[in-house]
Design a protein around this ligand. Structure first.
Ligand SMILES: Cc1ncc(C[n+]2csc(CCO)c2C)c(N)n1
Length: 233
């Protein structure tokens, strides 16, 4: 059994809860409050800056040139394809990139990215890929599910979001990521496989918290007297 086959039944029930989350439902039926979407966009842009570093760590820890090239390809994909999409949305909503980059991370953004960077730095290349996997795969899971609704991808507000995460090019990237994860995990002892599973499950939990943070438009909760972030948008 491949690693992705063994992890699927453990994370799919968790991912299914994303589909019931009001933020994801709002993307699906195009009813999501734009302010909530903008909150997601801002936090996600800053999330992606940190997330991109994982691919650089993966390239540095790659056991051979081919895997180094794959991580570099994926790194380019995040910094340009994925983030260009976010930059387009920012333009549409009249948000300046400078303001976005200066916005303080919400707690979950810091916690999630710090967790992924920590397990990646502490472990081998398979840890890095396990930290990366949920993000890439679960967005396809959501996009694919939302795209089943008739005309979902042509809805005026969030149709393009659904298109981005359900199209064939994106599926190819997801397949490439799953294949790499399976190759890196193949033949590892049970104890190490359980550690990798733990990373995928933990990142899956963080994904839910990230949707929830966006829905509630959460910033870092700080007592007023300690507040130091004044960025507004
Ligand atoms: C919190 C959060 N989780 C996952 C993604 C999805 N994602 C991150 S990078 C990437 C493409 C890989 O090049 C995709 C699809 C996101 N944007 N934000």
């Amino acid at each position: 059994m491949t690693f992705s086959e063994r992890i699927w039944p453990k994370v799919e029930p968790l991912w299914a809860t994303y589909l019931d989350h009001p933020f994801v439902k709002g993307l699906g039926d195009d009813s999501l409050d734009p302010k909530k979407f903008q909150h997601w966009l801002i936090q996600d842009y800053n999330y992606l800056i940190e997330y991109a570093r994982l691919f650089a760590i993966g390239a540095a820890k790659a056991p051979n040139l081919k895997i180094m090239q794959t991580f570099t390809d994926l790194l380019y994909g995040v910094l340009f394809d994925e983030m260009d999409g976010h930059r387009e949305y920012a333009k549409e909503y009249g948000l300046s990139l400078e303001n976005i980059e200066n916005t303080e991370n919400a707690e979950v953004t810091t916690a999630y990215t710090s967790y992924m960077l920590n397990v990646s730095q502490a472990g081998n290349v398979e840890n890095v890929m396990a930290a990366i996997l949920t993000c890439v795969w679960s967005y396809y899971y959501i996009g694919h599910e939302l795209a089943k609704k008739e005309d979902a991808t042509s809805q005026p507000h969030y149709g393009s979001w659904i298109e981005t995460y359900s199209n064939d090019d994106y599926k190819e990237l997801v397949d490439q990521s799953i294949t790499l994860m399976d190759e890196l995990a193949a033949g590892k002892p049970e104890r190490e496989l359980e550690q990798l599973e733990d990373i995928v499950i933990t990142t899956s939990r963080y994904e839910y918290l990230f949707w929830d943070m966006a829905w509630n438009q959460e910033n870092w909760r700080t007592p007023d007297s300690f507040s130091h972030s004044s960025t507004s948008y």
